[in-house]
Design a binder for this molecule. Structure first.
Ligand code: ADP
Ligand code: MG
Ligand code: ZN
Length: 508
């Protein structure tokens, strides 16, 4: 007898419906699976046989063929174990055919029949309705993640035995309706705060402006000046993610296996800080089963590249495309996949090889040639995509030791201003694909960054006097727009231009 069931696979972050056909016929007892790559077949076959036996069912001593179609969709992992096991139990007459109609079954089996959580469940459950599926059976550990989809009935189970009892109507189970809103484990208060940082008012303000407008930022300064400290506190002042942003980010985390059992949505903006030894594939994504890279895991959040000059140059160069397009495209033999990658780049670097160029506390031992060579590690086109470029000088010894610091603002206070400025931008770019000032193109800059004569004059003078490159012009306008938004000013005033000019300290 032959049975039909549904399962699903993910390629990139897109889900596909997979038809699982299981045929049992008389003949020598062989169990073969077609439509899966070789190694995956063997492993899945072993797990399914053991799980069926150890759950107390007979494993038919007949010729069993399971086909996973379409064959040309690349399939990976244990996602299909449950549908294969159920298919065999239907074909052997243990479960009625009609009880698996319009059901999608997903889950990896352990040898004793337990259902293990799988990667990539969120993109799957969000797509099932459009495939005409009404019910989905999933591992218990995936239930909170799955509950984000509210247009489908979700049935989580701990093991194969329970699943079979449910399909045979031996137990009554109601669809899971847990709310993904009440996820308490993520609401832990951050342990770091901008109030921890002494001095560095320019850098702290620059971090506020960057967060308000979604601008990329690089900090240059000697070791120990607080660059890493500042970067790590940026998530504490970013505006909260919208539900849509949360779902986008969670899909990427889900296919990467970063959603822990019991978790649902990623609600905090991601903060990714890959080490400088990272490969370009780890950073950008790819591989034979294409996986999202750090730039995509940072989607809607921060990508922090500490000690930027330590990264390999070719690794840094691959950043240019996602910085420009906000998406990563991975080409495969048969198809092209894309992963969203809209992130705020925060970078830090030393001013020179020895680290002390411009340091008041220690002398720099580099010559001009070494300094130029060191700076040229970061290419012009990459630097060009960073709106805010500031120096973070070393604190003077007495600034560090004194207790009489001017009061530092808390992250909470700064965040309130950031949120207000972002709301102005959401309103400004309503019904467009732009979310914040940093994403403005030439057209939007022309429309929203209008300067009066005084401001124009000031900017012209600054460009002439400080020798800014032509490309700095648009960057200053965008940053000035954000500074004006922080001040709740519809117009960009000279004072806003003056502040924006300060954030181009390297671009001279
Ligand atoms: N502005 C500052 N306020 C308070 N502590 C600081 C400051 N700058 C540096 N520190 C101290 O020095 C340490 C090193 O700072 P870090 O942020 O790692 O510097 P950098 O990344 O610039 O090399 C911090 O862990 C902190 O203890
Ligand atoms: Mg550091
Ligand atoms: Zn030096």
């Amino acid at each position: 007898m032959i049975s039909f069931l549904h399962s699903s696979a993910v390629n990139g972050i897109n889900a596909y419906l997979i038809d699982v056909e299981a045929d049992i016929s008389s003949g020598l007892p062989v169990f073969s699976i077609v439509g899966l790559p070789d190694t995956a077949v063997k492993e899945s076959r072993d797990r399914v046989v053991s799980a069926i036996k150890n759950s107390g069912f007979d494993f038919p001593a007949k010729k069993i063929t399971v086909n996973l179609a379409p064959a040309d969709i690349k399939k990976e992992g244990g996602l299909f174990d449950l549908s294969i096991a159920l298919g065999i139990l239907v074909s052997s007459g243990y479960i009625e055919k009609k009880s698996v109609q319009k059901i999608c079954a997903i889950g990896e089996l352990s040898l004793d029949g337990k259902l293990r959580p799988v990667k990539g469940l969120l993109p799957i459950v969000l797509s099932l309705k459009k495939f005409g599926i009404k019910k989905v059976i999933i591992p218990e550990g995936n239930k909170n993640e799955a509950s984000v989809a509210n247009d489908i009935e979700i049935y989580p189970f701990a093991n194969l035995t329970e699943t079979v009892k449910f399909l045979k109507n031996e137990i009554k189970v109601f669809p899971f309706t847990g709310s993904c809103e009440s996820d308490e484990n993520q609401n832990t208060a951050p342990t770091v705060d901008f109030a921890d940082i002494k001095g560095q008012f320019l850098a702290k303000r620059a971090a506020e402006v960057a967060s308000a407008g979604g601008h990329n930022m690089i900090m240059i300064g000697p070791p120990g000046s607080g660059k890493t400290m500042i970067a790590k506190r940026i998530p504490t002042i970013l505006p909260p993610m919208s539900f849509e942003e949360s779902v986008e980010t969670t899909k990427i985390w889900s296919v990467s296996g970063l959603i822990q059992a019991g978790e649902s949505l990623v609600k905090q903006r991601p903060f990714r800080s890959p080490h400088h030894t990272t490969s370009s594939i780890a950073l950008i994504g790819g591989g034979s089963y294409p996986k999202p890279g750090e730039v995509s895991l940072a989607h809607n959040g921060v990508l922090f590249l500490d000690e930027l000059t330590e990264f390999r140059r070719d690794v840094l160069e691959v950043l240019r495309q996602p910085l420009e397009d906000k998406i990563v495209t991975v080409s495969r033999a048969k198809n092209t996949l894309s992963f969203p990658a809209s992130f705020m780049l925060i970078a830090s670097m030393n001013p020179c090889q020895c680290g002390h160029y411009g340091d008041v506390n220690k002398e720099c031992t580099c010559n001009q040639y070494q300094i130029t060579k060191y700076r040229s590690k970061i290419s012009g086109p990459l630097m060009d995509r960073i709106d805010i470029q500031i120096e973070v000088p070393a604190l003077k010894i007495d600034e560090i030791t004194t207790d009489k610091q001017p009061v530092s603002e808390t992250s909470h206070e700064i965040k309130q201003r950031v949120i207000k400025a972002r709301n102005i931008q959401y309103e400004r770019f309503k019904n467009t694909k732009i979310y914040c000032n940093a994403q403005m193109g030439p057209k939007e800059i022309k429309k929203y960054c209008i300067l009066d004569d005084k401001a124009k004059e000031l900017l012209k003078n600054a460009i002439e006097k400080l020798g800014f490159s032509a490309r700095a012009y648009d960057r200053i306008l965008k940053v000035a727009r954000t500074i004006a938004d922080l001040a709740d000013s519809p117009d960009i005033l000279p004072v806003h231009i003056a502040e924006a000019v300060k954030y181009r300290s390297l671009d001279k």
